[in-house]
Design a binder for this molecule. Structure first.
Ligand code: PEP
Ligand code: MG
Length: 554
């Protein structure tokens, strides 16, 4: 059994297909006789490649189409084309220049890390397409399978993934890539069970029947065909349940769990109402202001917060749905121009989130004033929480400001110190919400954007589960609500474990709500508790997933 990072749930059983080889890289060549003509030949190839990608983009829809348009833009990127032409003018033939310019850019992308690093695969795909075009060869890429397959690859380029036919490609596994790679994004859109970052994938030859489990993050070889088909059938039964689930969130024995949405502005809040969610568990206010050079006025902020609070008002205008607003989490991966901290050696550990208010309390005060005004104007009572809280004193200070304005105060638990101090922090606030994305990053000392570290930035890491358990049981002891609003709350199996630990609400991308709700509706609280105990008793994420799944369905 091979393990990786699960990205799209579901089980598939079929023979492996590997994509065909990429174009061969050119050996050393003679300097071109006419460098300007060679520059033109190169530029013409990039235009053809970009045009073909754009044609595919316009034939596709949604994320797949956006991703293809972005790749087309990469093919014509002035910096990349310019770098290659500079090499041609220095004596490189066009194919060699394409390879060397790509290497330069890939090094820069890799150094930038995060999302940029994940775009290296796209750049390599553009390079290969340009090489094929220069050589007069057909476009490289995937052949369309004629029978059901599980597609294995190092990583898939957008142009490959966008043309995938889910009725033939039943599962996807890649050696590289993280949960935000294009393979993952497109697999999610197409609903193809997917596991990324699977080491040792290359050891499995084409044609080998394998079972891929996108929930557990495993690829199993040599399994019994009947057993595998039974598991596929069970996974299809689950997806039926998911498509029929309409809420509200509760376990099979009636324990209520709020299933909520993460939003970032009025429009996304209104879109969330199309999904079976009971309200908003995390409004990331900073995301609404990423393009703002100056701090929005209190009046502007009030308008925005009113829009979000109003999105979940009932037809009669009553505001009974839960709405949790998070104060600005600026800094690190979400820099805001008007709350800029200058260059920090280590921004993820720097002045971000609530810490910005230490030196500039006015920013927080004005935001809280705007939230209070929005509450008054709508008649709603949003809960307000602070990000990146490390100590009980910080929680106390924040809660005082929130309560002065007549609002309900909470904090996020996303720093290990806050999880360890959960009882002391819970004593200061009305509720907490666990940000598992950052809690995992800081517990494992692994950048959440790094695809290389995807195995560590996994909320199933038992160390992370142990901290969550501590927070959830501390909340249960004092009868205060403990939510989870990181990506962990989008994982149906993990959601059952979280509820078993005592978590009372789960908030994530609204598209995940039905999967989570249906999983909870299928099990009792006692089963969730058994799954939590089983996961907590393990020493690695793969074992935790397996143990939880077994305990849940025992
Ligand atoms: C988290 O860290 O889990 C979280 C929900 O906050 P963000 O992803 O916005 O940092
Ligand atoms: Mg966070």
């Amino acid at each position: 059994m091979l393990s990786g990072t699960p990205v799209v749930a579901g089980v598939a059983y079929a023979p492996v297909m590997w994509p065909g080889p990429r174009p061969e890289l050119p050996g050393p060549g003679e300097p071109p006789a006419d460098v300007e003509a060679e520059c033109d030949r190169f530029a013409a190839a990039t235009v053809i490649v970009a045009d073909r990608l754009r044609v595919r983009a316009s034939a596709g829809t949604g994320v797949a189409s956006e991703v293809l348009s972005a790749t087309a833009a990469l093919a014509e990127d002035r910096g990349w084309v310019g770098a290659a032409q500079k090499l041609i003018r220095a004596g490189s033939p066009a194919p060699n220049a394409a390879v060397d310019a790509t290497e330069q850019f890939a090094a820069v992308f890799t150094k930038l890390g995060g999302l940029m690093a994940e775009r290296v695969t796209d750049l390599m795909d553009v390079r290969d397409r340009v090489l094929a075009e220069l050589a007069g060869d057909p476009e490289p890429g995937l052949a369309q399978p004629t029978s059901e397959v599980i597609l294995f690859a190092d990583d898939l380029a957008p142009a490959d993934t966008s043309g995938l036919d889910p009725s033939m490609v039943r599962g996807l596994a890649t050696r590289f890539g993280g949960p935000t790679s294009h393979t993952a994004i497109i697999a999610r859109q197409l609903g193809i069970p997917c596991v990324v970052a699977v080491a040792d994938l290359t050891a499995v030859p084409a044609g080998t029947p394998v079972m891929l489990d996108g929930t557990a993050g495993t690829v199993t070889l040599g399994c019994d065909a009947d057993d595998a088909r039974a598991q596929v059938a069970e996974s299809l039964r689950q997806s039926e349940l998911v498509s029929r689930w309409t809420g509200p969130g509760r376990t099979a024995d009636g324990v209520e769990v709020s299933i909520l949405a993460n939003v970032q502005d009025g429009a996304s809040a209104r879109t969330a109402t199309d999904f079976p969610v009971a309200g908003i568990g995390l409004f990331r206010t900073e995301l609404a202001f990423l393009d703002r050079a100056a701090e929005p006025t209190v009046a502007e902020q009030t308008t925005l917060y009113r829009e979000v609070v109003d999105a979940f008002a009932s037809d009669s205008g009553a505001h009974t749905a839960k709405v949790v607003i998070r104060t600005l989490d600026a800094g690190s991966d979400k820099p805001l121009l008007f709350a800029d901290q200058g260059t920090e050696a280590n921004p993820a550990l720097g002045v971000r989130g609530l810490r910005i208010a230490f030196a500039d309390p006015g920013l927080l005060d004005r935001q809280l004033d705007a939230i209070a005004l929005a509450a008054q104007a709508t008649g709603g009572s949003p809960w307000v929480m602070a990000p990146m809280v490390a100590t009980a004193a910080e929680a106390r200070g924040f809660a005082a400001k929130v309560r002065e304005r007549g609002l309900t105060a909470g904090v996020m638990i996303e720093i290990p110190s806050a999880a360890l101090l959960a009882p002391a922090i819970l004593a200061e606030v009305d509720f907490v919400s666990i940000g598992t994305n950052d809690l995992t990053q800081y517990t494992m000392a692994a950048d959440r954007m790094s695809s290389e570290l995807a195995g560590l930035t996994d909320p199933w890491q038992p160390a992370v589960l142990t901290l969550i358990d501590r927070v959830a049981s501390s909340g249960a002891q004092v009868g205060k609500s403990v939510g989870v609003c990181g990506e962990a709350a989008a994982d149906p199996l993990l959601s059952c474990v979280l509820v078993g630990m005592g978590v009372t609400s789960l908030s994530s991308a609204p598209a995940a709500a039905a999967g989570v709700g249906a999983a909870l509706a299928d099990v009792t609280l006692a089963q969730c508790q058994a799954a939590a105990r089983a996961a907590l008793a393990t020493a690695d994420p793969a074992a935790a997933r397996l143990a939880a799944a077994e305990a849940l369905h025992a």
